[in-house]
Write a protein that binds this ligand. Structure first.
Ligand SMILES: CC1=C(CCC(=O)O)c2cc3nc(cc4[nH]c(cc5[nH]c(cc1n2)c(C)c5CCC(=O)O)c(CCC(=O)O)c4C)C(CCC(=O)O)=C3C
Ligand SMILES: [Fe+2]
Length: 365
């Protein structure tokens, strides 16, 4: 069996979520601390969790992803330990890393459950890694954490999403291109956060751009496979923040209103912004958007997220091998489609924290 040298472990790092009604408010307070989220929004989101019995599906989805990663690593003969930590709920990253250190591990590779550029999807994870590493340093434990590159532009992510959308369009059973739309959905973020997303060389809007580019190649691929002329749009869900602050639009529900007015009858909803069917998908799409569609008389087909799809999981394991080769300073390819490979070590000032200066791991700043 090979190892994933120089790494002593692979750590899955996720957002986290509550697993019981009592955990909902502490979780929400942790997530929104210092983020300026209005109380009525917090109450609404707490209600979404309570509708699901206080249990977010995200932790079970991560357990399934860990099993799938474990199986693929073993299939390739890689015997690296696989650990799991969250940013906002147990098991907390700092506890996972402390236990790793107790077991003699000194350098770990982190894989996050977030694919794109932006402060929320990349730097915030890096800040939390830095904080965990600093806490352990205060305890006299030195541990180094590297990270695989953001994988929104890894070909396995695009290919898996393209296949899932193709299958869903086929299943929707509306043969008339003019009556069908594909809505590519991602998490809305503040416009200012999108404007500053990217490597920090002045371009910005990389969050929006990566989603937009991926939507286009998926439409092309599905169109070619099905021999159809498909149309669609990038739309957003889960807006938070005060009404005075602009966030990316259109909201998925407003988009549905618009296409219904245009006489469209069928919508395929593809949550390409997320890698598993967590609350944003289960509530904001499967409950809220589904109700909007029903009210408008639109037939809605929801595309699954990449989840534990073998092609996606295999791509993630490719990325861990790629990062390990980089760390060993061996020549290595960085396959990317569509667009460019993101660096595994972020540049200074990329996807900045617009509120407070905080140190972030896995970067050159
Ligand atoms: C880009 C992005 C992703 C995708 C990348 C990634 O996956 O990380 C994501 C994922 C997630 N977001 C999640 C939950 C929440 N996000 C919130 C708030 C916010 N999200 C933001 C952005 C994102 N969020 C932003 C800009 C805010 C405003 C506050 C701030 O500026 O930080 C709030 C507070 C209440 C509210 O306002 O909604 C909650 C509860 C869960 C867990 C779901 C579950 O339990 O199944 C997951 C996977
Ligand atoms: Fe969020």
């Amino acid at each position: 069996m090979d190892l994933l040298l120089p790494y002593d472990a692979l750590v899955l790092l996720s957002f986290g979520g509550p697993e019981s009604a009592e955990e909902v408010m502490p979780f929400l307070r942790r997530v929104t601390a210092g983020r300026g989220i209005p109380d009525d929004r917090l109450e609404a989101v707490a209600h979404h969790y309570h509708l699901m019995g206080g249990r977010s599906p995200i932790n079970d989805q991560n357990r399934a992803l860990l099993d799938a990663l474990h199986a693929e690593l073993r299939r390739r003969g890689i015997a690296v330990p696989l650990l799991w930590g969250n940013r906002n709920s147990e098991p907390f990253l700092v506890d996972t890393l402390r236990e790793a250190h107790e077991h003699g591990m000194r350098r770990v590779l982190v894989l996050t459950t977030s694919a794109y550029a932006s402060y929320s999807s990349c730097r915030q994870y890096r800040e939390d890694i830095a904080e965990a590493v600093a806490t352990l340093a205060d305890e006299g434990r030195t541990i180094v954490a590297d990270k695989i590159r953001q994988y929104a532009t890894h070909p396995s992510f695009a290919r898996t999403n393209a296949r899932l959308v193709t299958d869903a369009v086929r299943a929707a059973g509306q043969p008339d291109d003019a009556l069908l739309r594909v809505a590519f959905v991602t998490h809305s973020i503040p416009v200012g956060m999108d404007d500053t997303s990217g490597p920090g060389d002045g371009e910005g809007n990389l969050y929006w751009h990566q989603h937009d580019e991926l939507s286009h190649v998926i439409l092309d691929e599905a169109g070619i496979t099905l021999d159809r002329n498909l149309t669609g749009s990038l739309v957003f869900c889960s807006r938070s923040g005060p009404p005075s602050q602009p966030w990316l639009e259109p909201d998925v529900n407003d988009y549905l209103e618009g296409i219904a007015k245009d006489g469209v009858t069928d919508v395929v909803v593809a949550p390409i912004g997320f890698i598993s069917d967590h609350m944003e998908v289960r509530y904001d799409l499967d409950v809220e958007a589904a109700e909007t569609a029903e009210r408008l008389g639109l037939r809605m087909t929801r595309v699954p997220t990449v989840g534990v799809d073998p092609e996606f999981v295999s791509g993630l394991v490719d990325l861990t091998e790629e990062r390990a080769a980089e760390a060993r300073e061996e020549p290595v390819d960085h396959p990317a489609w569509p667009g460019e490979a993101m660096p595994s070590t972020c540049r200074p000032g990329c996807c900045p924290n617009l509120r407070v200066a905080k140190s972030a791991a896995c970067g050159t700043d």
